[in-house]
Write a protein that binds this ligand. Sequence first.
Ligand SMILES: C[S@@+](CC[C@H](N)C(=O)[O-])C[C@H]1O[C@@H](n2cnc3c(N)ncnc32)[C@H](O)[C@@H]1O
Length: 237
Amino acid sequence: MCLTGYLILMETLKKTVAAASLTYLKQQEKMWSDPVLWNNHEELWSSAFAKDTQDLWDSVIHPRIKDFLKGDVLELAPGRGRVTDFLAKHLNVLDSLELVDQSEYCIEHCRKRFGNNLKYHVNDGMSLDMIEKNSKDFVFSWDSFVHIDKEVINLYLGGFSDILKKGGHGFIHHSYFFGNENPKKNKAGRSNMTFKLFAELLVKNNLKPVKQEMFKLNVKSSYDITLNDGFTTFVKV
Ligand SMILES: C[S@@+](CC[C@H](N)C(=O)[O-])C[C@H]1O[C@@H](n2cnc3c(N)ncnc32)[C@H](O)[C@@H]1O
């Protein structure tokens, strides 16, 4: 095989995931595209972390990302824009915010909500090929990687490595859970993940972990369960 053929094959293999992951992705896409799931629920999800979404932003998210939230920003899996609204309000006019979600329903909802000020993409649930390489100062995702399996997380970390500028940072809210390999069978749909594994996947994708933090969810009232999630901050060196 010639070198070009070999490189194309390696690139294809890098982006191929097991059939189980593909099935799960399709189920997720269907689930998050159902308006009934969303109606009146977003505030409830915030209550797992704080009093409401304003409090979630003020007390949990903003203090952890304020040093990185500038320039050209990508939010992965924004849903209907619960946190996007706060990200957008904290950026300057010359900054940019691009959104990628695998649900067309969610992206169209965001497009109606935020208009032409932002850029929007529907993806296949694993690839960031539509984003310019070395173009982002900050990548962010909230309450979505908690449900994404490690195979797909690995692909997204590769995508972040491609699209971040040198010195660009990322902040990902992910799960910290040991359970079934199928997240649907775990409490609150949490996927299996540890800090050690997340850090190893970052390093494998040429990214450097900066900080990892355990966060205790306050979900007893709404879901009658207790969970610890993880926050990982990283940089492209
Ligand atoms: C729980 S919602 C969270 C939305 C938003 N971040 C928030 O906090 O309100 C999960 C979102 O992740 C998206 N999503 C799930 N798996 C994804 C994947 N593999 N790639 C891209 N988006 C995904 C869903 O379409 C949905 O919009």
